[in-house]
Ligand binder design. Structure first.
Ligand code: SDX
Length: 431
């Protein structure tokens, strides 16, 4: 990764200082400035990390200009077409896709760990029924750290496998229970005779009153949606999990922190916000009004589901999501779904508008995901929980990569202090 090339910092009145340039497999070269402070007493300033690589990673790569997303080197389009979500979960953690035997073993481990401790079910009773399910997820997933103290023994590879398998297996159960609790319906126990995503749909939409057989077209669509959301380099929530984990905290508490970060409307909460935006726009005739608002610097309104820090081309997941959306709507006889048609028109108009073209604002993964989830019967408030369910796989893989990195240190950024200069405390009568 280190090349012979150097970057030289020349500051007036100072000796030039050299820093190695690190050359990645894909992506931007990086100047290794870890010794900048010690060598010069200077810091870099990069609020929002626009030009900062926080770590080295082997898991996911995004080419924002090409609109390309690779999980362990495999293009997302091929994984979405040829693999199931559990194949991708195995890949993200282990670095290779499972062979038939490995997959059989992994699927069986996940299948037999989907129940949560019976006492955990009582946590849900502490929430109001109208609590946002992401608030419930933060609480219940964080509570896993109260049940599994041994998870902190992550120096042991077997324990790390147990941690990974346990949370991948239990997240669908926890998410479905949050939904059932909000509906006032009884929790549905997992069924070991159903594959992962079919089981999740059973726990979401099944009832004790009758047998529920999920629609295989919808199961495949949701399984692919999980794959599209599984990982995405060092986004805000993954960076949260890494930073929390760098202190040695319980991994489940770190995942809970990631869920909290994902909830924000600028991040994973955008799918919920996008659907609300489409419902507020209501009709194609009002699209120009909202495009105008999105361009108005004095209006805080942003086109939800549009734009991305890294993608300056189409988010490849958005293209796949649009296709999934069309397939699901067709399967459900909703080809003329009002919101889908509105979204297609909004996308068309925005992509022809010079503001969006100039700022390279394209639909992102959240633009269509709300429409397809709503059509599948998933309530808006659950959209980001679905995102969190899938992203937990990436968060755990990234956490494990961080915790096993020999160069790993506790994350401790510095700052540019612009507050009050040093001063003495005045007597109260002089304040
Ligand atoms: C996700 O990081 C990841 O990988 C995240 C994610 C993942 O898988 O983990 O991909 C998931 O979070 C997708 C993004 C979902 N969020 C939204 O759809 C919310 C709407 N989008 C914006 O809030 C925004 O585009 C961000 C937050 C996604 C990206 O913001 P940046 O990179 O900080 O860019 P910016 O806000 O500085 O925007 C650059 C310019 C600004 O104009 P200027 O100040 O240069 O004049 O573009 C404008 C912005 O005002 N802009 C938008 C816009 N997004 C950016 N204008 C109108 N509508 C938008 N959606």
């Amino acid at each position: 990764m280190t090349s012979e090339r150097k970057a030289t910092l020349i500051i007036e009145g100072r000796e030039p200082v050299e820093f190695p340039i690190l050359t990645p497999v894909h992506g931007n070269d990086c100047i290794d400035i870890r010794t900048l402070g010690a060598k010069t007493g200077l810091f870099t300033y990069d609020s929002g990390f626009l030009s900062t690589a926080s770590c080295s990673s082997t898991i996911t790569f995004i080419d924002g200009d090409k609109g390309e997303l690779l999980y362990r080197g495999y293009p997302i389009e091929q994984l979405a077409e040829k693999c199931e979500f559990l194949d991708v979960a195995y890949l993200l953690r282990n670095g290779e896709l499972p062979d038939a035997e490995q997959k059989k073993t992994f699927v069986n481990i996940i299948k037999t760990h989907t129940m949560i401790h019976e006492q955990m079910a009582r946590f849900y009773q502490g929430f109001r029924r109208d609590a946002h399910p992401m608030a419930v997820m933060v609480g219940v997933v964080g509570a896993l750290s109260a049940f599994y103290h041994e998870a902190e023994d992550f120096s042991d590879a077997t324990q790390r496998s147990i941690n990974f398998n346990r949370i991948v297996a239990k997240l669908p159960t926890i998410v479905a229970m949050a939904y059932k609790y909000s509906m006032g319906e009884p929790f549905m126990y997992p069924r070991n005779d159903l594959p992962y995503t079919a089981n999740f749909m059973h726990m979401m939409f099944g009832t004790p009153c009758e047998k529920y057989e999920p629609n295989p077209v919808l199961v495949h669509a949701l399984d692919t949606i999980f794959t599209l959301h599984a990982d995405h380099e060092q986004n805000a929530s993954t960076s949260t999990v890494r930073l929390a984990g760098s202190s040695g905290a319980n991994p489940y508490a770190c995942i809970s922190a990631g869920i909290g970060c994902l909830w924000g409307p600028a991040h994973g909460g955008a799918n919920e916000a996008c659907l609300k935006m489409l419902e507020e726009i209501g009709d194609v005739s009002r699209v120009p009004e909202y495009i105008k608002r999105a361009k108005d610097k004095n209006d805080p309104f942003k086109l939800m589901g549009f734009g991305h820090r890294v993608y300056k081309n189409f988010d490849p997941r958005a293209k796949l999501m649009r296709k999934i959306c069309s397939n699901v709507l067709q399967e459900l006889g909703l080809e003329n779904d009002r919101l889908f048609k509105l979204a297609l028109e909004l996308e068309r108009i925005a992509l022809e508008d010079e503001y969006f073209v100039e700022k390279k604002l394209y639909p992102n993964v959240d633009f269509y995901s709300g429409i397809v989830q709503k059509a599948m019967g998933i309530p808006t408030s659950m959209f980001t929980c679905i995102f969190a369910l899938a992203r937990t796989v990436g968060w755990m893989a990234q956490w494990e990569e961080m915790i096993t990195d020999s160069e790993q240190k506790i994350g401790r950024p510095r700052q540019l202090y612009v507050g009050a200069p040093r001063r003495d405390v005045p007597p109260i009568d002089q304040r």
